[in-house]
Write a protein that binds this ligand. Structure first.
Ligand code: PGA
Length: 256
């Protein structure tokens, strides 16, 4: 059993109006006021970071935080449309890095490595995605991928990074070939764990819904979930939070 409470990341991607962002934030915050068995990280589009932070800062909850969906690797400069760690630091504690949807716009593992290092320098906690495009190929690519992503980062600080296993073939925005099996997920998490050590948290991200989240949360080594589509409806996301807290509470009882 994990000693951590499960962490649930709501990746809103390029969705939500300001009104949607406000309602989602308020509903999730209200739910979490009485529920401390899960940690939630909201990842709104850049333009809603400030309003979401304003809503959360009135009565901050330690277990409800904000992430940016990406950032630039440089400190500052002529990078039209980009945003730096220094700018984000004012508004969030986490940043998603290396999501497969970013990689398709030309981000490489080498750039993601630079972003991770820059984020750590600014004490932003990186949430880093790793995964494979075709089922069954993760074992072959995992070492090279993680070696590149973690280049020049000391093993002593791997625990400051949250890793997400994201099998690209299983996420809803791609032509989803099929759902992942428990066995595949357990193997993939073990491969990542072998590389990053016992302290780092590893999440699963790949079309999670209230109907199937329990089966992922039960997998040994999975410390939480990244939720895309199902995080856009407060009711569905809160349902996932409830299931995660119940799963965790049941495991705690089982162990003690
Ligand atoms: P999805 O997105 O839950 O909509 O598949 C997950 C992700 O891409 O992070």
């Amino acid at each position: 059993m994990s000693r951590y409470n499960p962490i649930l990341v709501a990746n809103w991607k390029m969705n939500t109006s300001l009104a949607d962002a406000v309602v989602l934030t308020q509903s999730i915050k209200k739910y979490l006021e009485n529920q401390r068995q899960v940690e939630v990280v909201l990842a709104p589009p850049f333009v809603w970071l400030y309003p979401v932070q304003e809503l959360l800062s009135k009565q901050p909850l330690n277990h409800l935080a904000i992430a940016a969906q990406t950032m630039h690797e440089q400190e500052e400069g002529p990078f039209t449309g980009e945003i730096s760690a220094m700018m984000l630091k004012r508004m969030c504690n986490y940043v998603l890095l290396g999501h497969s949807e970013r990689m398709q716009f030309g981000e490489t593992l080498e750039t993601v490595n630079k972003k991770i290092r820059r984020a750590l320098e600014w004490k932003l906690k990186p949430i880093v995605f790793v995964g494979e495009a075709e089922p069954g190929t993760f074992g072959r690519s995992v070492s090279t991928t993680l070696n590149t992503l973690l280049h020049l980062i000391s093993k002593d600080i791997y625990h400051k990074i949250i890793f997400v296993y994201e099998p690209i073939w299983a996420i809803s925005t791609k032509a989803r070939s099929r759902a992942i099996t428990g066995h595949e997920l357990e193997n993939a998490v073990a491969l990542i764990r072998k590389h990053v050590g016992e302290e780092a948290r590893i999440l699963y991200g790949g079309s999670v819904t209230p109907d199937d989240c329990a089966q992922f949360l039960h997998i040994f080594g999975v410390n939480g979930l990244v939720v895309g589509n199902a995080s856009l409806k407060a009711k569905q996301f809160i349902e996932i939070c409830k299931i995660a807290s119940e799963t965790h509470a049941a495991e705690k009882t089982f162990v003690s």
